[in-house]
Design a protein around this ligand. Structure first.
Ligand code: HEC
Length: 130
């Protein structure tokens, strides 16, 4: 029995090292960017809307007659609130999470860290139409 112990310990150590290497790769491919925290009041009309329609960033696809939801100036707020926000759990809001996720339709269309921070802060502030 005594001669078997070192082998068992080695086996255990190998298992631990194996798990330590494998476990981190099981993480979700959720948010990989560092999102800065914003404390100031975020204005939908001034800071959020331009994320969608500047250079047709999102409205290139998301507009009436093309892909729903419609994020053009007249429709954006009502398309987003309340359907795409979760005030109880802002990080899980679809409008925040969807473009950051690995959805095939948005693989090339992500928020920049600054844009993601604005959207998250705005939702945390109650997603007002300000
Ligand atoms: C190249 C076209 C294209 C662009 C550009 C695009 N999207 Fe989309 N988006 C789609 C398509 C197609 C769907 C629906 C299919 C899907 O679920 O992937 C969609 C779905 C969504 C949804 C889910 C809506 C729902 O009701 O479930 C959200 C939120 C969204 N897009 C946000 C954005 C934002 C924000 C931007 C800009 C940063 C953007 N999209 C840019 C094509 C696009």
């Amino acid at each position: 029995m005594k001669t078997k112990a070192p082998f068992q310990i080695t086996g255990f150590a190998i298992a631990v090292i194996f798990l330590l290497n494998v476990l981190p790769s099981c993480e979700y491919e959720f948010i990989e960017i560092d999102v800065p925290v914003i404390e100031d009041t975020v204005k939908f009309s001034v800071e959020i809307l331009p994320i969608f329609n500047t250079n047709n960033n999102c409205t290139g696809c998301h507009r009436a007659g093309a892909t729903s939801p419609d994020f053009t100036e007249q429709a954006a707020y009502n398309s987003i609130v309340p359907l795409l926000v979760n005030l109880a759990d802002p990080e899980s809001s679809k409008i925040y999470q969807f473009p950051l996720s690995s959805s095939p339709s948005h693989g090339f269309k992500k928020y920049t860290p600054a844009q993601a921070a604005l959207i998250l802060a705005w939702i945390k502030q109650g997603a007002p139409n300000n």
